[in-house]
Design a protein around this ligand. Structure first.
Ligand code: CMC
Length: 429
């Protein structure tokens, strides 16, 4: 709380509301007593001006293009840390010691297998089902397989559920992929690190040996790290809202997966690569730029713009560099998709439409190029985002459940429908 107060005048009445400060970032006006004092609600569709919770996990300064996990800048974590260390940091608040990291890594590694019966569960899906549809179903179904970690009032069960989800998400995602291509499921290998194990489960087949390239594994780990958390975005808010009713953690994360699927959110990486392919060559870019600017055309440049970043998304910078490294490694010269992406970025960043609206490439603009080069079909892109974000969702869910001020989320509305009226029998309508 600060000494500052916000004054609201309504007619001849004046009301005061306390102003609260966080450690960094804008202050907030505490309007919890607004309805009781004034009989009014606030109106903020899309929550553009509303802080819905306190959080100590992730901080974004959208004007500076800054992203911090527990205070550590994303570019430092991308350069020096690993996804598993970032998971520890997000969950427990501090970087681990060597012993803590080893213990955590072992714990996650020992939970990577899924209940054998889950294999049969997959067979209920059509072969051509989108893997995100499978993820939504299978993650929710975990509550049916792991009953012993659904009591959210027990901190130990909360912890076990968290570890289970971080550990099993890559297995579930790889199984969704294998199912869609008609190949046998591949069991996890405990001797491999998190990213290498995921590549192994996706790309190895019983018929021959699969060698993991360390540069590809590093790029994969980086993609996981860059997507690990992003404060109160749509899917995280969905997880919090679901969890606010005391729903079990698997159901909450399944809700997050479902929300992430939308093309305005995690589905943008798939949409961005499809768009780059649709553009196809550099000479067609002006046509698509014109469409993006045309208000009568619903087309948008996918992978461009962000609700919070009004500057270059710091994750996109790392992704752009990694995309070049991966393509170089794979010997992909003159990749037309990368060329279209780079030229599109250059043109858009000089165009007054994009400059005035502060529309910059976001994390999804380059991630698809990397995932495509590694060999993933576009339908897996959002699945990989969901896997990476699981730790962020869990950290945020645990923070909320542990907060003594937790309340069920229950927004209000501005009602525009009919006032009360009498029911008419069907013969009189
Ligand atoms: N292409 C063309 N115009 C755009 C774009 C775009 N990608 N994004 C925003 N605009 C325009 C929009 O038409 C509006 O113009 P005007 O003021 O003239 O009406 C202005 O910029 C502000 O847009 P908005 O829709 O009010 O902004 P928002 O904060 O509600 O939306 C967004 C943010 C990410 C949904 C939007 O920028 C978008 O649809 N981008 C494309 C999808 C995408 O890349 N999403 C991934 C986001 S990052 C990863 C994640 O969070 O999952």
């Amino acid at each position: 709380m600060t000494d500052k107060v916000a004054k609201l005048t309504l007619g001849d009445q004046s009301y005061e509301f306390p102003v609260m400060s966080g450690s960094v970032g804008p202050d907030v006006i505490d309007i919890r007593s607004l309805y009781a004092k004034t009989g009014l609600f606030t109106y903020d569709p899309g929550f553009t001006s509303t802080a819905a919770c306190d959080s100590a996990i992730t901080y974004i300064d959208g004007d500076k293009g800054e992203l911090l996990y527990r205070g550590y800048p994303i570019d430092q974590l991308a350069a020096e840390s690993s996804y598993i260390e970032v998971c520890y940091l997000l969950l427990y608040g501090e970087l681990p010691t060597k012993a803590q990291l080893a213990e955590f890594d072992t714990l996650v590694t020992r939970h990577t297998m899924v209940h054998e019966q889950m294999h049969y569960f997959y067979r209920g899906f059509r072969r051509d089902a989108h893997p995100m549809a499978i993820m939504t179903g299978v993650v929710g179904a975990m509550a049916a397989f792991y009953h012993d970690s659904t009591d959210i009032s027990d901190p130990e069960q909360r912890e076990i559920a968290s570890i289970r989800m971080i550990a099993k998400m890559p297995t579930i995602a790889a199984m969704a992929y294998k199912y869609s291509v008609g190949q046998p499921f591949v069991y996890p290998r405990n001797g491999l690190d998190y990213a290498s194990n995921f590549l192994h489960m996706c790309f190895s087949v019983p018929a021959e040996e699969y060698k993991i390239n360390p540069t590809i594994a590093r790029a994969m780990d980086l993609i996981f790290t860059l997507h690990a958390d992003h404060e109160q975005n749509a899917s995280t808010s969905t997880v919090r809202l679901s969890g606010s009713s005391d729903a079990n953690p698997f159901a909450c994360i399944a809700a997050g997966v479902a929300c992430l699927w939308g093309p305005a959110h995690g589905g943008a990486n798939e949409a961005a690569l499809n768009m780059l392919r649709q553009i196809g060559s550099v000479d067609r870019i002006p046509e698509f730029i014109a469409r993006a600017k045309d208000k009568n055309d619903p087309f948008r440049l996918m992978g461009f713009g962000h609700r919070v970043y009004k500057n270059y998304d710091p994750r996109a910078k790392v992704m752009q560099q990694t995309a070049k490294e991966v393509l170089d490694l794979l010997g992909v010269e003159n990749n037309p998709t990368l060329q279209v992406a780079q030229e599109l970025e250059r043109i858009a960043l000089e165009d007054p439409y994009f400059v005035d609206r502060k529309l910059y490439p976001n994390v999804d603009f380059y991630s698809g190029i990397i995932l495509d080069a590694i060999g993933f079909p576009t339908s897996m892109f959002t699945v990989i985002f969901a896997m990476s974000r699981t730790v962020g969702w869990i950290a945020q869910w645990k923070e909320m459940i542990g907060d003594p001020q937790k309340k069920i989320g229950r927004p209000r509305q501005l009602y525009n429908g009919s006032p009360a009226r009498d029911y008419k029998p069907i013969t009189d309508r």
